[in-house]
Design a protein around this ligand. Structure first.
Ligand SMILES: Cc1cc2nc3c(=O)[nH]c(=O)nc-3n(C[C@H](O)[C@H](O)[C@H](O)COP(=O)(O)O)c2cc1C
Length: 191
């Protein structure tokens, strides 16, 4: 659907570098996109490239650039990708200890359609806190792309570089767009 806005949150894992794939995929479908990064994710991305592509500064702190609105823009869908073990556990607990986590907490609370695409190895994914976090987020209505049905599984420890190439950016956009479509009231007039 054209005229929609995608908010993307990247965390500190290798695939963050490739978030431009998600931005481009959204733009090809006439969506606008903006990227927020956790402080740790800033080491994994090329902010200037993203800013040139989206036309928006990459937000990582509460400090906004001149002319940038402080409040969250109207958002049709939120994609958190790549989502780390650390941030997934924090989001499930409602922790808001940086700008990215605070905006995620608020957008989920506003019932913005939300998709989380984890990038975790199998050892971390086996931990009880992570399994509980995924279950809790799903229970709250957050879509977590993970498991055999989603064809996206945790990778063996040490194989992250290889798995990064398979990160499902296109599926992430399609899933988020579908969530946005499903959340729209039938009488809203949107196609
Ligand atoms: C080179 C490198 C690669 C990393 N890859 C991952 C990863 O694939 N998945 C993950 O959950 N954490 C990964 N980490 C660890 C996270 O960066 C770390 O847990 C950090 O605290 C996450 O912060 P954030 O969740 O606020 O972005 C990696 C760290 C480094 C230095």
């Amino acid at each position: 659907m054209s005229g929609s806005h995608l908010q993307i949150v990247v965390c500190g894992a290798g695939p963050a570098f490739d978030v431009t794939h998600l931005v481009r995929t959204a733009q090809e479908q006439s969506w606008t996109a903006a990227v927020t990064a956790t402080p740790n994710a800033m080491d994994f991305i090329e902010s200037q490239t993203i800013e040139g592509l989206t036309g928006h500064p990459v937000r990582s702190t509460y400090q906004s650039s001149p002319g940038t609105r402080r409040s969250l823009p109207s958002t049709d869908a939120l994609v958190i990708a790549p989502a780390t073990y650390n941030s997934i556990n924090k989001i499930a607990l409602g922790l808001a200890d940086n700008y990215a986590m605070t905006s995620v907490a608020e957008l989920i609370g506003r019932q913005v359609p939300t998709l989380i695409v984890p990038f975790v190895n199998a050892a971390l994914a086996a931990r009880a806190p992570f399994r509980h976090a995924v279950a809790s987020l799903r229970d709250e209505g957050v879509r977590v792309l993970l498991g055999p049905d989603d064809k996206w599984e945790p990778h063996p420890p040490g194989s992250g570089n290889e798995r990064q190439k398979a990160f499902p950016w296109t599926v992430a956009f399609e899933t988020a767009a579908q969530l946005a479509h499903e959340s729209r009231p039938a009488a809203s007039g949107h196609a």
